[in-house]
Ligand binder design. Structure first.
Ligand SMILES: Cc1cc2nc3c(=O)[nH]c(=O)nc-3n(C[C@H](O)[C@H](O)[C@H](O)COP(=O)(O)OP(=O)(O)OC[C@H]3O[C@@H](n4cnc5c(N)ncnc54)[C@H](O)[C@@H]3O)c2cc1C
Length: 395
């Protein structure tokens, strides 16, 4: 029997969006929490990120919804067009999401979202986050778990939650080492200052342009002072790092037959701030847990970004896991109940993300298919209430 004792630290490996959301939820309930992060400085790189209504519900519970709202743009409309002809394929009236699902759809710089969570954790416990700790492995007894790091003393806690992303070392110990799957997609990112662009590109809209294995996404962030650009294309190139410089001319060549908005935006990108990232994912697995060790977020279910739901799934997971630890005294029971409550949804979003990537990159750009599809996604993804669902799962 493994009793959940609030005074023994809960050990979180990884201080990304998932790890910090979990830390905040557990600190709020009075747990002792330690987050061990490999980086020597905690700062997110990357570009914009969308935070859909399903994760805003968690932010509300954690007291950070207002500040997220203040630092976000809220699109009125999501518009999907054929990138070469300009034909409108589907729209999502994002402006209705707040009245339909209770929270709007936020678009924010990833670094801002991360910093909001980090500050909130620090306010609750300034010793919570330990930097410069590269997790290597764990061992466990009936009573406790010991965690080892590279060049740092080991630590002991009540349990371990692996929030260490797609290359999770915690996952490798639970499931055995399995390489992530290169999906055949590459993402580019860039941020363009508003001053370099016509104002019409900075209205509160989420713009997606697709054609034959290529997607170009743009939306304003930082109160319309910057345009976030995310681009996806099928390519055989496998370096996975947000700091890997990309060749802007390659991007230009790929999208040369797209409409004027895309061509003009690419022209405005500073070649020094154009980055490229190979996209990997993994097939869903049915076991995220080993005794007092469990996985969360990308460590458990890394997915393609075509539905903009990877971080949202990590945030939903974090809320469920905290509620499960609050509801059950035995850690192992709490972990199994959390895993059982999250498997179906995260696997579904993972497979829908893959299917969406294929559909958007495919040759059949039919408006009716996209409309039905996007409406179903909006209902099932944005309409999901992790707060109510976790209460019902653990009652
Ligand atoms: C191009 C792109 C666009 C995306 N857009 C969206 C979007 O719009 N909306 C959305 O919801 N999602 C989006 N996602 C997905 C989202 O970024 C991820 O799902 C999310 O960041 C996962 O969070 P995480 O905390 O689980 O993992 P991560 O963010 O990967 O964090 C893992 C942390 O663990 C640390 N770590 C790793 N190994 C160790 C170790 N051995 N020891 C200690 N620390 C370690 C890392 O340094 C890192 O800080 C996008 C992804 C991509 C690639």
């Amino acid at each position: 029997m493994i009793i959940n004792n609030k005074n023994r630290p809960i050990i979180i490996i990884g201080g990304g969006i998932g790890g910090l959301t979990l830390a905040l939820a557990l600190l709020q309930d009075g747990h002792c929490v330690r987050v061990y992060e490999q980086a020597c400085e905690l700062k997110e790189v990357g570009a914009g990120i969308s935070l859909a209504p399903n994760c805003s519900k968690v932010f509300q519970q954690l007291g950070v919804a207002e500040i997220i709202a203040r630092q976000s743009s809220v699109p009125e409309l999501g518009e999907l067009k054929n990138g070469t002809t300009g034909e409108l394929l589907s729209t999502i009236p994002f402006v209705n999401l707040k009245s339909t699902f209770g929270y709007p759809y936020y678009q924010i710089h990833r670094a801002d979202a991360h910093k909001i969570l980090l500050d909130a954790v620090h306010r609750k416990d300034s010793d919570c986050i330990q930097l410069n700790h590269v997790f290597t492995n764990y061992s466990q007894t009936e009573e406790e778990v010991t965690v080892n790091f590279t060049d740092q003393p080991s630590t002991i806690g009540a349990c371990v939650i692996g929030c260490d992303g797609i290359r999770s070392a915690v996952r490798a110990q639970i499931t055995g080492k399995q390489p992530a799957r290169f999906t055949g997609f590459v993402a580019w990112r860039a941020i363009v200052p508003a001053t370099q662009l016509p104002a019409s590109y900075l209205v509160e809209k989420s713009n997606v342009r697709v054609h034959h294995q290529r997607q170009f996404v743009y939306y304003p962030i930082k109160s319309g002072t910057e345009l976030n650009v995310s681009v996806f294309a099928e390519q055989d190139w496998k370096i996975e790092s947000w700091t890997e410089k990309a060749d802007k001319n390659e991007l230009k060549a790929l999208f040369q037959n797209f409409q004027q908005d895309v061509v003009e935006i690419i022209d405005a990108i500073n070649p020094e701030s154009c980055f490229k990232w190979a996209l990997f994912d993994r097939d869903p697995i049915n076991c995220w847990q080993d005794g007092r060790v469990v996985l969360l977020g990308d460590a458990a279910h890394p997915m393609l970004p075509f539905l903009g739901q990877g971080a949202a799934m990590a945030i939903e997971d974090a809320w469920f896991l905290a509620q499960s630890l609050i509801s059950f005294d035995e850690i192992e029971t709490a972990f199994i109940r959390y895993q059982d409550a999250r498997l179906e949804r995260s696997s579904w979003v993972l497979s829908e993300s893959r299917a969406t990537g294929k559909r958007m990159g495919g040759d059949d750009l039919s408006p009716s298919t996209f409309s039905d599809d996007r409406a179903m996604h909006a209902q099932k993804m944005f309409g999901y209430d992790p707060v109510a669902e976790s209460a019902s799962a653990f009652s």
